[in-house]
Design a protein around this ligand. Structure first.
Ligand SMILES: *Cc1c(COP(=O)(O)O)cnc(C)c1O
Length: 390
């Protein structure tokens, strides 16, 4: 029996969610990463996944996963540091450090785990961590876990950051962490200014390339595209989005990666990724390395779509990527617009607070490189009809 105190607590919190229109439900979706999925049994164009390059169903990734299972079975059986290691995992790390042009790389269970361990290992209560206000939840949690002083600067406001750096000039250690592509706005960080500020103030820089990996910089990420890879201390990214698999990498100088291998609790105390996932990730990285125009194609498509949405009078914010928000403000407006698109055969995300700030509910359209002309026509027609209606 649930104790009365807990019953009361849960009922009160659940009521708050209902009042704020913030109840979340797992949507009735099947085949989540595919270009078309089933939504309550209806076939919809899937513009709501992070499978940006359409690699999640690619024959090379499937083959990589199958071969890994045939060779190693279905589980790694233990943490890497105990007995869970296998040659394919070492190979993926070598591939990533060479692809990223960094001395060393570590593969970990997920992007969420990677951010928790980077921040909790490199920051402590004597550290100040400067963090963009719109950074991913896993970054926020990593900072909290570290016990560091958490200093948030206004989104992409490097003047604000510069002032905060001055104000904390005497801190024993400083870390700056930023998404390179922001997940709910699709805009990009001003990395050139950020690395300048870091260098000037002795700040360790950490970039989260979750939405840029595989896409920008011929797949190497935004830091690489901007020629700043060597001026960033820690490069983190995931295999779960553009790369169409699962897990994450952390790349950088050997002394930093070696330190993380010894201190990162989500690495030490968690089972190594399963062989199928590692096989698929390795195939994905090799494929992106060879077909390095996939990302460019996606970004060109995104520019056209943003122009089209703008021509309908929709506000796409400051998106520069394949993540395109349509700003609607209220939660109900976002849900109504999402439903109107579903009726017309297209699934996009309806993103509401607390995922985004109050009164900035929006549609989140995520394009993918495998869309055909017919898919784009379907999408554009649906949006035009939705715009007339709402
Ligand atoms: C998705 C995401 C993560 C988490 O990665 P997972 O591999 O899904 O755990 C971390 N940071 C950012 C910016 C993300 O978008």
């Amino acid at each position: 029996m649930l104790a009365h105190s807990h019953k009361k607590f849960i009922a009160r919190e659940a009521a708050k969610l209902r009042e704020g229109n913030r109840v979340r439900q797992i949507p009735p979706v099947d085949h989540g990463a595919e270009r078309y999925l089933l939504h309550a049994g209806r076939r919809l164009l899937n513009l709501a996944s992070n499978n940006y390059l359409g690699l999640a169903g690619h024959p090379a990734l499937r083959q990589g996963a199958i071969e890994a299972v045939e060779r190693y079975g279905t589980s790694s059986g233990a943490s890497r540091l105990v007995s869970g290691n296998f040659a394919l995992l070492d190979e993926l790390e070598r591939e990533m450090s060479s692809f990223k042009g960094q001395e060393d790389a570590l593969v970990v269970g997920s992007g969420f785990a990677a951010n928790l361990m980077i921040l909790s290992s490199l920051a402590d209560r004597h550290t100040v961590v400067f963090s963009d206000r719109l950074n991913h939840a896993s970054i926020v949690d990593g900072i909290r876990l570290s016990g560091a002083k958490h200093v948030r600067y206004r989104h992409n406001d490097t003047d604000h950051l510069a002032k905060l750096l001055e104000a904390h000039a005497g801190a024993p250690r400083k870390v700056l962490v930023t998404d390179t592509v922001f997940s709910m706005d699709g805009d990009i960080a001003d990395l050139a200014t950020l690395v300048d500020l870091c260098q000037r103030h002795g700040v360790l820089s950490v970039v989260d390339e979750a939405h840029a990996a595989g896409i920008f910089g011929n797949g190497r990420g935004l830091a690489a595209q901007l020629g700043l890879a060597d001026r960033v201390d820690i490069h983190m990214g995931t295999f779960s989005k553009g790369f169409g698999s699962y897990g994450a990498y952390i790349a950088g100088k050997a002394e930093i990666i070696g330190y993380l291998r010894n201190t990162g609790r989500p690495f030490i105390f968690s089972t190594a990724l399963p062989p199928a996932v590692v096989g698929a990730s390795l195939a994905a990285v090799r494929l992106v390395r060879e077909a390095d125009t996939l990302g460019r194609r996606l970004l060109d498509m995104a520019r056209d779509v943003r122009e089209y949405l703008g021509s309908l009078g929709l506000d796409v914010g400051s998106s520069r990527t394949a993540i395109i928000p349509v700003m609607l403000g209220g939660n109900e407006a976002a849900l109504a617009a999402r439903d109107a698109l579903v009726e017309r055969g297209v699934l996009v995300g309806a993103i509401r607070p607390p995922t985004v700030p109050q009164n900035t509910a929006r549609l989140r359209i995520s394009l993918r490189a495998d869309l055909t002309d017919a898919d784009l026509t379907l999408f554009k027609t649906a949006v035009a009809q939705m715009t007339e209606r709402v």
